[in-house]
Design a protein around this ligand. Sequence first.
Ligand code: IPM
Ligand code: MG
Length: 355
Amino acid sequence: MNFKIAVLAGDGIGPEISVQGVNVMAAVCRKFGHTVEFRDALVGAAAIDAVGNPFPDETYDTCRNADAVLFSAVGDPKFDNDPTAKVRPEQGLLAMRKKLGLFANIRPVETFDCLIHKSPLRPELVKGADFICIRELTGGMYFGEKVEGDDRAYDTNAYTRVEIERILRVAYEYAMRRPRHHLTVVDKANVLASSRLWRKIAQEMAPQYPEVTTDFMYVDNAAMRMIQEPTFFDVMVTENTFGDILTDEGSVLTGSMGLLPSASTGESTPVFEPIHGSWPQAKGLDIANPLAQILSVAMLFEYFNLLDEGALVRRAVVASLDANVRTPEIQVAGGRRYGTKEVGEWIVNYIENCK
Ligand code: IPM
Ligand code: MG
């Protein structure tokens, strides 16, 4: 394949981990005879500083003309405590999602056996947990009508049938491909009208997928079940806001937030990015874990059905963990603390030299 990849490094640790993802992608392409051309584009605070817009038109064009986007992170503390700021880095991310029609956000929650002791849950609870959260990404409260007055403000949690059907279809297709064929639809149908429409449509669609066991769970209960019995879940689908909250919970269950990649897909170019944010305090210190970014490259290959390429990236990541080539937050007691660059270089080297 001849890949054209838009590289949106963004803010904080973004640029440092981005380079490692790019290097790994280039190494795998060399190994398998693909060509790849990377185009950098501005996003987030970096784009506000440069051109006053967190998702400039030029970036949009670069994304649209690419096969995939390798995204890193946006966010900068100078905007966080200023509710009057007119533009914010996060708006760049939301604009990208909306303009590229990225309605399906796929966030796998996977455990690595050698990191289970880092989980806030007891190992016996979390061992074997392996589920995918499918979060609707372009609807709901994030994009519904908003009024922001001094004495009254509201956000509207609107969903249309079309929006619900297409995300449920993605979820059912994932559930069909997984051995357990189990789909949990997470909502708040005991209170919210929008949730009742989700539930109604899911009930209508369920008979089209007889192999899949569909169950429904209220979001508060799901938040609890995820820490009580995370192995219950296989594929979970939910609306934008609930998905935002539950995926943060999911990302720490495995003990390794720095290891979880994600994919956002929909109508235009798909985006692959780590789940974690821009971690501004670590910027420039060469301590950030590049593995989530590198695993995003695995998801990218898998999206294009290049399964051997994806598997090689995953194998290289596991090999680096087994060799204890780890960044500080996951290093074993007394082990050497490797830098972002060293971990990336080790993985590139593994890919180049493996049989
Ligand atoms: C996420 C993030 C974003 C979201 C923020 C940065 C706007 O938390 O991708 O989960 O709320 O969707
Ligand atoms: Mg979030």
